[in-house]
Ligand binder design. Structure first.
Ligand SMILES: Nc1nc2c(ncn2[C@@H]2O[C@H](COP(=O)(O)OP(=O)(O)OP(=O)(O)O)[C@@H](O)[C@H]2O)c(=O)[nH]1
Ligand SMILES: [Mg+2]
Ligand SMILES: [Zn+2]
Length: 220
């Protein structure tokens, strides 16, 4: 006779490692934010500016996820922040086991905040838990204001949404991006989501994001 044991939740290999990472981060009292977006929305640009402008307040380390190359890790390294590059060799998301290895190679004791830049992809990175403290979604204004409605999972799960490249709005560039629609759709999916309108290029709007990060580190 077949018996199905529904009492014990069987964790997938990814969930096992996510749990390990989460326990490690809790033990060491470290904030870890998993940044997710489409390719090119500005994740690395947001990170390099954030690291530089917060360097006297919080120490940031980065785990960079890319299919190929260490281009983004080199950009982070130029800010002098510790960084570990993961190449997924074709996979379109990071796995918790990869983050587990990367955490071993970061000077975690010296850091207040660890960012994970996930592989540029709005879809499946939101389904693979890494053990992070929270997810951060980034959407740039050239991607279309229908994205929260069409790709709801990441907006529903994120602690914060950065709407990036706002320098392009009203700059004589036609991007047809209705910020109010994005805000309303994101809040419909996630009542508590923090919204930041930013330009990582010019620095506009970044102060509120920095204040939120510092507050999040302090309240750990
Ligand atoms: N105008 C403008 N351009 C920006 C802004 N932020 C980033 N960019 C540009 O957008 C392009 C992509 O930026 P990245 O920071 O590499 O984007 P990413 O999300 O890290 O890209 P992947 O790692 O490939 O997914 C670059 O040419 C940046 O200079 C912004 O606020 N305004
Ligand atoms: Mg990048
Ligand atoms: Zn994937």
């Amino acid at each position: 006779m077949y018996k199905v044991n529904i009492g014990k939740k069987i964790l997938s290999a990814n969930e096992e490692y996510a749990l390990k990472n989460s326990q490690f981060l809790t033990e060491h009292k470290k904030l870890c934010l998993n940044m997710i977006s489409s390719p090119g929305s500005g994740k690395t640009t947001i990170l390099t500016r954030t690291i530089s402008e917060l360097k006297d307040k919080i120490k940031i380390g980065v785990i960079e996820g890319d299919i190929q190359t260490d281009i983004d890790a080199e950009r982070i390294r130029a800010t002098e922040a510790p960084v570990v590059q993961i190449n997924t060799n074709g996979a379109c998301h990071l796995l918790a086991v990869q983050v587990n290895g990367a955490l071993e190679n970061l000077p975690v004791g010296d850091l207040d905040l660890i960012f994970i830049e996930n592989v540029g992809n709005l879809v499946c990175p939101s389904a693979f838990e890494l053990g992070e403290t929270g997810k951060i979604a980034v959407l740039s204004v050239t991607e279309g204001d229908d994205k929260p409605a069409k790709y709801p999972a990441i907006f529903a799960k994120s602690k914060a949404l950065l709407i990036n490249k706002i320098d392009l709005l009203g700059a004589g560039v036609q991007v047809d991006f209705d910020i109010e629609r994005v805000k309303a759709d994101a809040r419909k999916l996630n009542k508590g989501i923090e919204l930041f309108l930013v330009s990582a290029k010019t620095g506009k709007g970044m102060t509120s994001w920095y204040e939120w990060l510092v507050k999040s580190v302090e309240s750990l």
